[in-house]
Design a protein. Structure first.
Length: 197
């Protein structure tokens, strides 16, 4: 984990710790607990509201081992990962909109070299599942699939399914899961038809 991600994680952990203590923290208090400046906290999260929404989401998503069983079917695993991440987001739809707004504001306000990375929780689920596919995916297929799966899991996916496609909550979860499983199944089928060096 690089320094930017460590700072992001420290801020989220500090926010959750303060909430667990029964406090309604300010961004200044969160920054102090995380041992960073208030300006740094604002650079990562455009508002306290966005930081708390991301911290709640991080706390709600189950650990990877609840999704990926050793030797299990990667197609089933990606379906479970998609469902878990998107369901955690849909449990706080207002938070989803806050996160999207904050990410855009941080991107627009900061110079390119200072923009912090997004937490990329979805990739923390996707990459181990792709690892479990082993040699069934070559490097190009894996890179393409990683990018495609990031379109159906996460904040932007939930916003597209609910706000653009007009899906119900359950319809959005079903469509995203179907898309994730279909993408992985298709990539594996393509890989089986490709000659190996």
């Amino acid at each position: 984990m690089n320094q930017k991600r460590r700072t992001q994680q420290a801020l989220m952990e500090a926010a959750l710790a303060l909430r667990d203590e029964g406090r309604e923290p300010t961004l200044q208090q969160v920054a102090e607990r995380a041992q960073v400046s208030r300006a740094t906290a604002y650079r990562y999260f455009g508002s306290l509201e966005a930081l708390l929404a991301m911290a709640r989401f991080e706390h709600a998503v189950p650990p990877l081992d609840a999704v990926l069983e050793p030797g299990g079917d990667p197609v089933a695993a990606i379906g479970r990962a998609c469902e878990h991440v998107n369901r955690a987001l849909l449990d706080d739809e207002q938070g989803v909109h806050v996160l999207a707004r904050s990410a855009m504001q941080v991107w627009l306000d900061g110079p390119p070299e200072a923009r912090p990375p997004r937490p990329a929780r979805r990739l923390q689920m996707i990459e181990p599942i792709l690892d479990a596919c082993g040699e069934r995916l070559d490097a190009a297929a894996r890179r393409r699939l990683r990018a495609a799966l990031s379109l159906v899991i996460g904040v932007e996916a939930v916003l597209s399914l609910r706000d653009v496609a007009g899906e119900s909550r359950e319809g959005a979860l079903e469509a995203a899961r179907w898309a994730a499983e279909t993408l992985l199944r298709a990539a594996l089928a393509e890989g089986e038809g490709q000659p190996r060096d």
